[in-house]
Design a protein around this ligand. Sequence first.
Ligand code: HEC
Ligand code: HEC
Length: 149
Amino acid sequence: MKKNICLGIALVAGCLVLAPQSAVADEVKSLRGNIDIEAPSLPPEVEELIPDQKPIKRDYVKQPPLIPHKIDGYTMNAHYNKCLSCHSWANYKLAGATKISPSHFVDRNGNELANLAPRRYFCTQCHVVQTDAVPLVENTFKPVPALQK
Ligand code: HEC
Ligand code: HEC
């Protein structure tokens, strides 16, 4: 009880100077009480992205094609979209990349635009890079026969 009062006074009136520093330090407790923090687990290992390759076969009609190359460090924000420096209609030939399809120029009301539709601007909403990882669940999906060849 006395200790508590002293601690209270220490905080309010600054009687800190009177008490030996180490004794005060011993009294300090975290909100967690005596429960130890669990030893931090190791950060998950970053999976290897599969190396750049030719376009990956699509599994169904209208599938957003998977990204067959790394995109580390490719800026995509309100001011700049690195993907377009290779995939836009202006640049695709020089880059040897697939040009974005006409569907990417249509807004949600069906109007054909002269430029990329805002809803298609953030490419990675739909297009994803591939990681060589063990599938978490079994997948028995089979492409339609026309796309199996
Ligand atoms: C430095 C140039 C370059 C940049 C930047 C780039 N790509 Fe590519 N991309 C390519 C090339 C080259 C191919 C392969 C084309 C081929 O071999 O037919 C490709 C292929 C693709 C494909 C597969 C197309 C298909 O038909 O299967 C997708 C999807 C794609 N890129 C998306 C993206 C996205 C999204 C970004 C931005 C995060 C991006 N790319 C940035 C050059 C680039
Ligand atoms: C809302 C989803 C969505 C967004 C966002 C999107 N795409 Fe696509 N993309 C698709 C779908 C679906 C297809 C396949 C069907 C089609 O061509 O419309 C496709 C096709 C493509 C293709 C293949 C074209 C072809 O002729 O085979 C390329 C390349 C591509 N997208 C690049 C991009 C790039 C680069 C961006 C960002 C600037 C982007 N996409 C944004 C959904 C999207």
